[in-house]
Ligand binder design. Sequence first.
Ligand code: HEC
Length: 444
Amino acid sequence: MQIKTRKAFFTLISVIGHWSAGPGVEFASDIAPILHHHCLICHDESSNKGGYRIDTLRGIFEPGSSNLWPVSPGSLTQSHLWNLLNHPDANERMPQKSEPLPKESLQLIHQWIEDGAKLGGHALSQSLLEVIPRPDYPSAPRNYSRPYPADALEFSGDGSQLLASGVNEILVHSCDDSSPILRIGNLPQRIYKILRDPVRGGYIIAAGTPGQLGELLYLRPDLKTILTLLRCQDGYFDVCLTSDKHWLIAAEATGRIQILKWPSGTLHRSIPAHADWVTSLVARDHQGFPRVYSGSRDRSIKSFKVPEGEIELNWVNLEKPVMRLAIHPTTNTAAALLHRNSSSMLWDLEKGKRIGNLNLPTGEIACLHQTGPNLWIGGSDGSLHMVDDSWRKIQKTWSLSPSPAIAITKHPHSSHMALSHLNGQISVIDTDQSTTFPTRPNQP
Ligand code: HEC
């Protein structure tokens, strides 16, 4: 027992022995990201472990059930948080159930507390997510040498604008006019999905700079302020909301599926779901409970209970990586695009078996888009196809452009749809009237 205590004592000393005073520590850029990444999952409004919350800056300083001051400015020994970070007993140490914080992070927290635990001008009422600074991305090119093929498209709530991904930016097009009316910059190089937030009217952006940093972002309705919801290596490829709008689910290049509370944006559960990129997500209610289906480059399709993260279905060893997934709301049919420019496979979800293929009259399937029971297909010949209600055959086709389709979106309250093409053009069509609007180049 004595040896154990002494060993713990020396461990503590040796950890503390590493400190060296560096330049001033900034709360927002140095401390907040550590708390966000390692602690928020158990210490937000709903998890509230140990009665301790750090989702607002005020909470960081308020004692939990121990009644000990978590952070005493200037005094490490009287800072319960610091003592827990360095606790010799792994069961007591924070972050609980994981490795100790990296040495560099401990060093920053050490210095921050010693320097007086200052907030650098941020108010106690601010949320933790709000104060974390975003990286400075390269500015978007002033002019594009050619129109940019948009991976992500989304209509504004009133349908008057169309948001399309550019290089390190989003271009906002007016639906009536042919040139973009706004450029939203300081974004990762590639934007894979733009999802309108029906709760607050902003947009959720799944994006990343390959090989560097992935960001899941929230663009406020003012189209100016951008907040970081999550970060990972590489990128976020897809994002969806459950039908009750309480849960936001994000697909990571790391193979993880992240479940966030919405609209607060705090991370609720992180599921190590796949062995490779999660490329596509669909949220769907099953017997009154939300569920998420995921497709991955690891050639599998899985489903998980939301928000528990418990796995339900697991189909592995598909012929090819899964690019896009669609789930019929009533017939237990899943449509999976197995890689760009292939036919799409149809699956019976209950029986877990393949029940057929979706084929186009001409060309190959390049992208899928689902709105409720309606399934839309973009073809390699640039056309748009509507699939029949049972998802067995093509019901209607519109020829829009000779260039292959990349992404499709639909305005939820009208019959307007937009299709982006490999040549950087965007087609807009009213599918009820079958009237097409002039195609527009996706460039500033
Ligand atoms: C996996 C969940 C989990 C993670 C992650 C986690 N904690 Fe905790 N934390 C807990 C639990 C559980 C307790 C309550 C422990 C107890 O009462 O014995 C707690 C208690 C605390 C307390 C004491 C509150 C009080 O007054 O009793 C502090 C401070 C704290 N955690 C800080 C942190 C920090 C800082 C991090 C990130 C570096 C972190 N925690 C990460 C689960 C977690």
